[in-house]
Design a protein around this ligand. Structure first.
Ligand SMILES: Cc1ncc(COP(=O)(O)O)c(C=O)c1O
Ligand SMILES: [Zn+2]
Length: 414
């Protein structure tokens, strides 16, 4: 991981990380980034801020670095290369979807396939950066509520870093994620409820567990930094150019907030120019608080009652960072779309049939959203559209019911 600290400019070595402080996007307060921090005293998530000015690193320098997300280390919070905890995450393929694009009337359709990451979802990015930074500032144990995939990712990275982990997930979360947590030695509990119930259990337990950091979605600032690298990679993989539209399955919102943050940082650095992509937040119609808020022009969402969808990762009735998601949608001229479970399950099969990609239901929801947005005219046939498939379909084997004949060895095929 210790690739050269490029000093492309003025003889001053560029530090491994240019992390400066943590800033509050709501009240503007500054917080020390080298202390363990949760949310701001005003209740808002905190965002990592960097000394972008002195960065003397160019896309050319980055091109020669190893193909993982640490290639952007100046824009990540880990201060020492030796503190990076890695399983090789990042630089997932950005692949063309020509047959599906033809069917949807969006010929320039691309998919960034996060299913190839360790633990099979994009959650590995947030876990790699979050765990590395937590360990670097002295945290020895982490605690989190999860819809499954984040817990699995944080459990394995915690194991690799030698940290203890306490995980609570809904009983309805993908079953494989339990096995991943258990195999990695996490202290795991299921709750007969949703992610908010898991969060309340964690919050109530922590006062009795000194030394554990609450790493719930957006309650620590560095998971977002890992997810930001999706935005950096999309630009780099397009030759430091931005697509017209980025479509993202939105639950807690960390991914879309992170991508937006990456776009702003790249623009400030001069790595990209021109219009930002229009960002699209996709939710399921059984849990669509952001979509409802966006439709009403609201700045934050209302809790969604009786949330349910097969796209389990986006079952988040009320996100702490809802106002940041909505800001990103309004600022980029984006939109928010809800799709039905039947649509996304049909599109999960369509993507596999036409393109050979077995994607997760959350990713499939994005293709259903593209279909709707093209039908409504919001997307045109000339838009270049990047869909984030946030995980592999292999984590959700039950979403494709299989009813095939069982033969005796002596039977004859038709
Ligand atoms: C596969 C998958 N996609 C999307 C999401 C939503 O993530 P975010 O918090 O970035 O909105 C999750 C969260 O659990 C997930 O597991
Ligand atoms: Zn604040």
């Amino acid at each position: 991981m210790a690739d050269a600290r490029t000093a492309a400019g003025i003889g001053r070595p560029v530090p491994y990380s240019t992390l400066s402080h943590l800033g509050c996007p709501r009240c503007g307060a500054r917080h020390d980034a080298d202390q363990v921090q949760g949310t701001c005293s005003c209740g808002s998530p905190l965002l990592a801020r960097y000394d972008l000015g002195p960065i003397q690193v160019s896309p050319l320098d980055i091109a020669g670095r190893p193909a993982n997300l640490w290639r952007y280390h100046e824009l990540l919070p880990v201060r020492e290369a030796g503190h990076v905890v890695s399983l090789g995450e990042g630089m997932t393929p950005l692949i063309a979807m020509p047959a599906l694009g033809r069917e949807l009337g969006v010929p320039n359709l691309l998919m960034k396939d996060e299913g190839l990451l360790p633990t099979g979802t994009f959650k590995a990015r947030g876990a790699a950066v979050g765990v590395s930074r937590a360990a670097e500032i002295g945290v020895r144990a982490i605690a989190m509520p999860t819809n499954g995939n984040a817990g699995a990712a944080w459990a394995v990275y915690a194991a690799r870093a030698g940290l203890r982990s306490l995980i609570v997930m809904p009983a309805g979360a993908p079953a494989i994620t339990r096995a991943e947590c258990a195999a990695a030695g996490a202290e795991l509990y299921l709750v007969d409820g949703l992610i908010g119930d898991a969060g309340r259990l964690i919050a109530a337990a922590l006062p009795g567990r000194p030394g554990f950091q609450d790493v719930s979605t957006l309650k620590e600032p560095y998971r977002l930094e890992g997810k930001k690298t999706m935005g950096l990679e999309i630009a780099e993989q397009l030759g430091w150019r931005l697509p017209g539209v980025i479509v993202y399955p939105t639950g807690g919102g960390v991914g879309i907030i992170g991508i937006y943050k990456a776009l702003l940082e790249m623009r400030e650095l001069g790595w990209v120019t021109g219009d930002l992509p229009r960002l699209v937040a996709v939710q399921a119609s059984g849990c669509a608080p952001i979509v409802t808020a966006f439709a009403g022009g609201a700045r934050q969402s209302e809790p969604w009652p009786d949330a349910r969808t097969v796209a389990f990762g986006i079952t988040v009735p009320k996100a702490l960072g809802d106002f940041l998601v909505l800001d990103a949608l309004y600022a980029t001229g984006g939109t928010a779309v809800a799709v039905d479970d039947e649509e996304l399950l049909a599109d999960q099969r369509e993507v596999a049939r036409l393109e050979g990609c077995f994607i997760c239901p959350e990713g499939a929801a994005c293709f259903s959203a593209v279909r709707r947005l093209r039908d409504s005219g919001w997307l045109s046939g000339s838009d270049e559209v990047v869909v984030l498939n946030t995980g592999t379909g292999l984590k959700y084997p039950d979403t494709v019911p299989v009813d095939v004949p069982l033969l005796a060895p002596a039977d004859v095929l038709p």
